[in-house]
Ligand binder design. Structure first.
Ligand SMILES: *[C@@H]1O[C@H](CO)[C@@H](O)[C@H](O)[C@H]1NC(C)=O
Ligand SMILES: *[C@@H]1O[C@H](CO)[C@@H](O)[C@H](O)[C@H]1NC(C)=O
Ligand SMILES: *[C@@H]1O[C@H](CO)[C@@H](O)[C@H](O)[C@H]1NC(C)=O
Ligand SMILES: *[C@@H]1O[C@H](CO)[C@@H](O)[C@H](O)[C@H]1NC(C)=O
Ligand SMILES: [Zn+2]
Length: 390
């Protein structure tokens, strides 16, 4: 991506992927409870009773493709949590998913009320990840970078933001912290050079992700007290936990699959490292949506490819991304990229890579070491080398 289009994209992502603290409700004081905001003067507004969100699409303004990304995001959330999306009419608050405000995508934080509380999408939010972002606001969550502990993870020069943008970056004082900070959260904005950057430089490209993170689902389950009646029904491996949406299966850290998280998800390949460099190639073809321009050419969701690299006990696995072609550089790697799971805690997002094309060595003590490539646009091909060292 050229510098200019990169910059324009940055600006777009700044202004089009935001949530206002509630549409017409801005002036009311809103208090935060962990990553969950409640209005303490109306305690009954906040979370959705029994985790059920009744919604409808404002068909007059909302087109079919936009519906697809929203429905896809709803499916993701409801298949990993106890949240239910229902189109059933009720006499209570219903979510009016509309596109009337062409300037912005926004959602109120939580259930703020009004007979038909609105959530607004524009075409710029044409992806499952952005839809999930707004729907997670709607469930009651603020941005990751508005958490109390964000200054431990980010350097933020608040003064440099416009009056319009600044509310999206301030820390909410009254909040709970339900999960560890994850740069890969779908609730984390992309960086803005010099003014909004990760303390750990390796996460520059990770910020602004459109992949719903393991901990994004987990915090929803925490807040809505979603759990399985019989936690012993399945024993989850690799730090997964029983899935409240389907208790016979686990919610797994990304890169782990099978009912109990002990299997490599498909498609992919399992490889055995030796102390010599070995090489593997793979590609992911996401195709192109041909009737749109620019960023809308991508698919509304990613396709994935997984490597599981094993080594004998107590070795360090090295993974070298020797070549990566077709991968379009973008903040949050929204067109595709690769993540080598180097962090010991595999529930957290490890640094992702989609811009710097020069080869880089990742080191991991995880066995297996998981490599996850993802793509939403065109053909990406990779040449990966791997070995173990002591
Ligand atoms: C909107 O359109 C969908 C089909 O695209 C339909 O199922 C739904 O009932 C419509 N909603 C309203 C409120 O008319
Ligand atoms: C949904 O919101 C749009 C935009 O404000 C509005 O025009 C429409 O009438 C609303 N639908 C209902 C049923 O309230
Ligand atoms: C992988 O691709 C590279 C070029 O990108 C090539 O040099 C190498 O031989 C390929 N390796 C395998 C195992 O196919
Ligand atoms: C790995 O190292 C630890 C401590 O150095 C040792 O206790 C353990 O037995 C080793 N495991 C293997 C499989 O060699
Ligand atoms: Zn937002």
């Amino acid at each position: 991506m050229s510098y200019l289009s990169h910059l324009i994209f940055l600006l777009l992502s700044l202004f089009f992927c935001e949530a206002r603290a509630g549409d017409n409700y801005d002036e009311r004081s809103i208090r935060a409870k962990r990553q969950f905001l409640v209005q303490n003067f109306l305690p009954e507004y906040g979370s959705w009773p029994e985790g059920t969100v009744n919604y409808f699409f404002d068909n007059a303004t909302f087109d079919f493709n936009q519906q697809k990304s929203v429905l896809n995001a709803m499916e993701k959330i409801s298949s990993h949590t106890c949240i239910k999306y229902s189109t059933e009419e009720n006499d209570d608050v219903m979510l009016n998913i509309t596109s009337y405000d062409s300037s912005n995508c926004w959602a109120a934080i939580g259930r703020v009320g009004g007979r038909h509380q609105r959530l607004n999408f524009v075409k710029h939010c044409y992806s499952t990840g952005m839809a999930a972002h707004e729907l997670i606001h709607n469930l009651g969550f603020i941005h990751a970078h508005q958490r109390l502990d964000r200054d431990d993870y980010l350097i933020v020069n608040l003064e440099t933001f416009s009056d319009n943008a600044r509310p999206q970056y301030i820390i909410h004082r009254n909040q709970w912290t339900l999960v560890p900070y994850d740069y890969g959260s779908v609730m984390q904005y992309a960086l803005t050079d010099d003014d909004f950057v990760p303390r750990d430089e390796k996460y520059k490209e990770t910020m602004g992700s459109e992949i719903v993170a393991f901990y994004d689902y987990f915090m929803i389950n925490q807040l809505y007290e979603c759990s399985c009646a019989n936690e012993n029904q399945i024993e989850c491996k690799n730090q997964g936990y029983p899935n409240p949406a389907k208790c016979s299966e686990c919610n797994c850290p990304l890169g782990y699959g099978g009912a109990d998280c002990s299997q490599r998800p498909e498609p992919g390949i399992s490889l055995e490292a030796t102390n010599e460099w070995q090489s593997t190639n793979f590609s992911l073809d996401a195709g192109v949506v041909d009737n749109e321009v620019g960023k809308y050419r991508r698919q509304i969701d990613f396709i994935y490819h997984y490597l599981w690299i094993t080594a004998p006990g107590n070795k360090t696995i090295q993974v070298k991304v020797q070549e990566m072609s077709g991968v379009e550089c973008s903040d949050g790697c929204i067109f595709g990229g690769i993540e080598v799971k180097t962090k010991n805690d595999n529930r957290l997002t490890s640094p992702r890579k989609c811009c710097d094309q020069k080869s880089e060595i990742f080191e991991s003590r995880n066995n297996p070491t998981v490599v996850m490539a993802f793509n939403s646009l065109g053909l990406d091909t990779y040449n990966i080398e791997y070995r173990f060292t002591d």
